[in-house]
Structure formats: C-alpha cells, structure tokens
Design a protein around this ligand. Structure first.
Ligand code: MUC
Ligand code: MG
Length: 392
C-alpha cells in the first residue's frame, strides 16, 4: 500500500491521524444477481442466481473498502431480502456511519446497532467494508485487526444441492478430481424424507469409503420425522445433521440432540449472541455454524464463537454462497478462532459462473486458503459487479 498512513505504519511511526483519515465519506450499494453453475435447491427455495448487496465505503483518505451481504432466494433462508438490505443500508445504516472513523470498528458496530434492530446481513456487509478499508489504510491483513491468524488454510466442504442423484455423484467426483473439495454437504428437506435418503444412499455408495458427508435439512423436518428417519440417516454414516427442525424450535432441537447418535448442528436457529447462549445452554446442538450474515459482523461472530466454545459446542465455518469478497471476510475471522473443528464450506466462489473478484480465493489440496495482502486481500471486479447489478 502506498498511502502515507501505510508508509508510516511500515516504518514504525505512529498513525496519529488514523481516525481523521478513515472517516467515512460515502457509501455506495448495489443489488447484484450473479448466476450459479446449476440450480441450488434448499428445503424452501431453489436458486439459479445468487443475490447480494455489494457495498463500497469510501473514506476521507480516498481508500475504498468493499463488503457484501448474501441472501438465498429472497427473504426465504432468513428474513432479509436484497431489496430490504439495500433500503436499510441506504436509509439507516450508511447515514449512521458517515463522518465516523472506519478504524473504530467496535464503535461503528455500536452506531449500526443504534440505527437498526437485527438486519444482520446488512450490517455485516458494511462491517466487512470498514475492516477492508482500515486494513488497506494500515497496510495490514484484516485478520491482524482481529487478533491475528492462527491458521492460513481450512479444510473445505462442497454442497450438493441439485436434487438429482446422478448429477450430484458426478459433481462430487469432479470436485475430488480437481483437488478442490473431498468433503460434502447434501441438502435434504425438499423431497419427502425417504426420497431424500435414497439420494444420499446413492452418493454414499459411489464416493470413496470414509468420505465425510454432512446432511443439511434447512429446517425441513418435524421432530417426528427426525425420530422416524434418524436410524437410516445414522446407518448412512453422515457425520453431522444440520438444522433439521425450524429455527425457533430450540426445545425440540434439544430433545432430538439428546437422543441423536449423530451430532446436531445449529444454523438458522442461532443468529445473535443471545440465541447462541440459549441454544448452547439448552443443548440444541453440539456444533454451531458461524456466518457473518447471521451474526452481523466479525466481532459479533467472534462473540458467538466464544459462547459456543465456553459451552463445549464445536464450531463450523458456514457460508451463504458468498463471492470471494464475503468469503474472504469470513476466512479472516475464522483464522483467528482458537479452534474451527469442522473446517469451512466456503465454496461460493466456485459455484458462481463468474466470481466477483479479480484475484479470488485459492482452492488447493482440498483446502481454501486465507488471502494475503492488505484488508480482505481480494480485489472486487467492478466491471462484473456492474454487469450483474440490477438495473432498475
Ligand atoms: C445453509 O443453510 O447452510 C450454505 C450452503 C448451502 O448449500 O446453503 C447454505 C445455507
Ligand atoms: Mg445450513
């Protein structure tokens, strides 16, 4: 970085004007709809393009930071749609940040909390952009601002979600051949459980013995479905069952978790730190999936992780099909955690026909690698963002 502050930082001189230099001057947001390589089906939606709100924060020193809020199929995976995210950023969250120092990340999160309740995906997009801009100003990688990396790469998981057993088997084999992914998550909950489990059986039969397979039901089952189908699911050898019941049913999640021979992972049931405390205390799962769009920013993600770890709940690096911008922000936060037992599923950059970055994330030896370089360490491709930006 050639900014005067980065030069000062590198020469060991104090960055005395950091707060002045990083005051937020402008925020720009775009709704971006980027096509995926194939249909991605979940219990209550199916997508063929991924909806993001992309943000750019420009600071007084001219440095720009980028972030993105991810959704799945409108307000279906969670309550925020791209339209709502953009409206709340433009109307409430951006005005709360204008004139405030981007480098005071915790204070900025406080300003956003005062300006809007929840809206965690919208807040996380801005939070990433502030982190990116501050890192670029100081010439340091985002993880350094979060305490420093304890790992530089992550065991990576690919999601199989076309609903077509033959296609899924072929896709999984292709990922193994490329050396990108050799652990898989299969989406259940959109057909009846017996049909879904036949799909899983077909996959399990063809993959190399011992391949890690996780089942994500996306809230699609009832407690009774779970009790009926858990013996077959366990026989099929899945290592983890993600959010089988509706997110609000914490007591039922605790009951199935107590009787399940396979660990249960909380996902849609845990957004806030309070929900993490509730779920972990009640035993609604023994694993928790972390996502910036749920927790609202990197510091809140670390708080949720700390609550889980204090309760003995293991951590999983979740995603919502982010491009390399959002995925990189996650990796910087994940890199600083004491433990990330289950690795991460940040496969978003590989499911997009075109990733939204010029230097996207690197997948090698079945690991996704933490990017180097100042800020998030990835460079958004503004031509592609413009190409896929909603025009109305
Ligand atoms: C989810 O529920 O985990 C992440 C990967 C995927 O296939 O869907 C998402 C959401
Ligand atoms: Mg999930």
């Amino acid at each position: 970085m050639n900014t005067p502050l980065a030069a000062k930082a590198l020469s060991g001189q104090p960055c005395d004007h950091l707060e002045e230099a990083t005051r937020v001057r402008a925020v720009t947001s775009w709704i971006v709809e980027a096509p995926t390589r194939r249909k991605h089906k979940l219990s209550n939606t199916s997508i063929s393009y991924q909806g993001y709100v992309f943000v750019r924060v420009t600071m007084e020193n001219g440095v720009e930071g980028f972030g993105e809020a991810s959704t799945l199929g409108g307000p279906r995976w969670a309550e925020e749609s791209v339209e709502a995210i953009k409206a709340n950023i433009d109307t409430y969250l951006a005005p709360a940040l204008i004139g405030k120092p981007a480098c005071l990340l915790e204070a900025a999160a406080g300003e956003m909390a005062k300006a809007a309740k929840r809206n965690n995906a919208a807040k996380s997009a801005l939070d990433m952009a502030l982190l990116d801009a501050t890192g670029k100003t100081l010439g340091v990688s985002a993880h350094v601002l979060l305490g420093g990396a304890r790992r530089r790469s992550f065991s990576a998981i690919w999601a199989l979600a076309s609903g077509d057993a033959g296609q899924e088997v072929e896709e999984a084999q292709g990922m193994i051949e490329k050396g990108w992914f050799n652990r898989f998550k299969i989406k259940l909950g959109f057909a009846d459980p017996a049909t879904d489990l036949d799909r899983l059986a077909a996959l399990q039969k063809t993959l190399p013995a011992g391949t890690d397979i996780i089942a994500d039901v996306n809230q699609g089952w009832s407690e009774a479905d779970f009790i009926r189908y858990i013996p077959r699911l366990a026989d099929l050898g899945v290592s983890l069952i993600e959010q089988p019941l509706p997110g609000g049913q914490m007591a039922a999640m605790a009951r199935i978790s107590a009787r399940s021979p396979v660990p249960i992972m909380m996902d849609e049931g845990v957004f806030t730190t309070e929900e993490a405390l509730d779920g972990c205390t009640r035993g609604a799962g023994s694993v928790l999936s972390l996502k910036l769009c749920k927790h609202g920013g990197v510091h809140q993600l670390k708080q949720v992780a700390a609550v889980a770890q204090a309760a003995g709940v293991q951590l999983y690096g979740g995603c919502l099909l982010e491009s390399s911008v959002g995925a990189a922000a996650h990796l910087h936060a994940f890199a600083t955690l004491p433990d990330l037992h289950w690795g991460t599923e940040h496969f978003g950059p590989k499911i997009l026909i075109e990733d939204l970055c010029r230097n996207g994330l690197r997948y090698e030896n079945f690991e996704v690698h933490l990017p180097d370089g100042p800020g998030l360490g990835v460079t958004p491709d503004l031509d592609l963002i413009e190409k896929y930006a909603r025009k109305d």
